[in-house]
Design a protein around this ligand. Structure first.
Ligand code: C2O
Ligand code: CU
Ligand code: CU
Length: 512
């Protein structure tokens, strides 16, 4: 890295981080604990759980076949009962509208930006051409906004791509049925902009999935989980939210580990409840939190996992709990016929405390049959053999001294938009090894992978299937077989703790 290119603000922001981490190194329990971020307490009086009904974000409707238009705008919504929260939402919604689309039916999505700041939209899990992948410096700048990109990065960026007011993204959707999500990806500002509301769900369906008797319609519940904190006036609280519009990113101080709010939201509602029938349901979990990991359990009910980040598993697996790191997705079946009508089943988070240990409640209050069964086989397994691997590479996710300052880095380097760490060839498989010094949910764009080993042992149950994000805890080593099929071009690998990502734990690779 060329140190003269590090700008003064880096020194300001990460100088503080360095001081805070010095404390960590001398024995703070969080470094090896299950907590992946730092608790941020609301100033607002919080509601009792289960007061609010579980919302279902409305479905995104095409303006003509295959063409969608979404406007990012500010909206005032009621999240905490009796107060108003200003959100930045896709169509003014938080979460944004849910896309429900089919494999092999390409779509375009035109995003209009009426927010007071630039944005970049990324379809997480999408096998998307590089030009439409939501690169952090490929921005939609609101018309009339005086945006000076040169000021806004921890490094000088030679090239910015700026679109005036709107742009079109192309999604070929040539990939298996899966639970994806979309969110903001603006350089240096992803964490505050997602926190303000820029996230939504994106479901891809296909014929293989249709052939299975999975719960459909009202028996299928996409559930976007995240945490937030609130100011006394109901607005979102975030360590740097006031200076995160146009100027320099705010200083995160001791929050450089990641920000965890004290309110758990499901589909944008605090600790909601919903009524369910005594039958089989499909719950499609997305962890859209900046930093929070959940270990989900449902009282005595078994969670039968049928899908991972990138699609259905070859066969279901039964889990007592499911640990889900930021950006991971778990598709599970839950059988509410196992409890009597009148039961209340609480979805809990075993990694939480003082309120964050509860997520939502299901009230089993009626008799009905979803007509679905738990299939014994789901999809044909596609396995990669070691013989397929043409290269091996290691990516170290760690806090590193760079010019006397500590930064979240990959292989010792903070994100440099002009550099690339790897050039895998299209349609090949490589073995990638990820190592960590803290909680780092490692995410790769475009390419999907299978976990081969975790700490030299067989993968964890949560590692099953094709994935795009893997949960690394402190000092773990995970090996994956990663397949580069889809598109050539420049893509990213990064930590999906959004505070780490904004603080430069990100790198390019080029599919050639
Ligand atoms: Cu979900 Cu690069 O992101
Ligand atoms: Cu992604
Ligand atoms: Cu990280």
């Amino acid at each position: 890295m060329n140190s003269t290119r590090v700008k003064r603000r880096t020194v300001l922001r990460l100088g503080v981080a360095a001081a805070a981490t010095a404390g960590l190194a001398t024995g703070c329990a969080t470094l090896t604990g299950e907590r992946a971020g730092k608790h941020l307490a609301s100033d607002l009086e919080l509601p009792e759980p289960f007061q609010v009904r579980l919302p279902t974000p409305r479905r995104a409707e095409p303006v003509s076949p295959g063409r969608f238009e979404v406007t990012q705008r500010v909206a005032d919504v009621e999240i905490i009962p009796g107060t108003t929260t200003r959100v930045w939402g896709y169509d003014g919604m938080f979460p944004g509208p849910t896309f429900d689309v089919r494999r092999g039916e390409p779509i375009t999505v035109t995003i209009h930006n009426d927010l007071p700041a630039p944005t970049s939209t990324h379809l997480h899990g999408g096998v998307t051409p590089a030009d439409s992948d939501g690169y952090p410096t490929d921005l939609i700048v609101p018309t009339g906004l005086d945006f000076q990109p040169g000021l806004h990065s921890h490094m000088e960026v030679k090239e910015w791509r700026l679109h005036d007011g709107s742009r079109e993204y192309e999604y070929p959707l040539d990939q298996p049925a899966a639970t994806l999500w979309y969110h903001d990806h603006r350089m240096d500002f992803t964490a505050p902009q997602v926190w303000r509301g820029l996230a939504g769900m994106f479901l891809i369906r296909d014929d293989d999935e249709d052939r299975l008797d999975l719960p459909r319609g009202e028996y299928e519940l996409p559930l976007l989980l995240c945490d937030r904190a609130f100011e006394a006036d109901g607005s979102f609280k975030y360590p740097s939210i006031d200076d995160s519009l146009l100027g320099e990113p705010g200083v995160l101080d001791e929050y450089h580990q990641g920000v965890e709010g004290d309110v758990i939201l499901v589909n944008g509602a605090p600790w909601p409840q919903t009524s369910v029938a005594n039958t089989l349901y499909r719950l499609r979990f997305v962890n859209a939190s900046n930093a929070r990991r959940f270990e989900l359990s449902m009282d005595d009910l078994i969670l039968t996992q049928i899908g991972s980040d990138s699609g259905l598993l070859p066969e279901p697996q039964e889990m007592a709990t499911v640990t889900i790191a930021p950006a991971e997705r778990f598709d599970v079946l839950v059988d509410f016929s196992r409890v009597p009508i009148g039961s209340q089943v609480v979805l809990r988070n075993r990694l939480g405390a003082d309120g964050t240990d509860v997520v939502m409640r299901f009230n089993v209050d009626r008799e009905a049959d979803s007509g679905a069964t738990v299939p014994t086989r789901l999809v044909e397994p596609v396995t990669v053999s070691p013989d397929d691997e043409v290269a091996a590479r290691t990516f170290r996710f760690a806090l590193t001294h760079v010019d006397g300052h500590e930064m979240w880095t990959i292989n010792g380097r903070p994100f440099d938009p002009d550099a690339s760490l790897a050039s895998p060839r299209l349609d090949t498989v490589e073995r990638w090894t990820f190592t960590s010094d803290f909680h780092h949910p490692v995410h790769v764009h475009m390419a999907h992978f299978q976990v081969l080993t975790r700490n030299g042992k067989p993968p964890a149950p949560e590692d099953a299937g094709w994935k795009d994000t893997v949960d690394l805890r402190p000092y773990e080593v995970v090996e994956v077989a990663i397949k580069f099929s889809g598109h050539r071009g420049r893509y990213m690998i990064h930590c999906h703790n959004l505070e780490h990502e904004d603080m430069a734990m990100m790198a390019n690779f080029d599919v050639v």
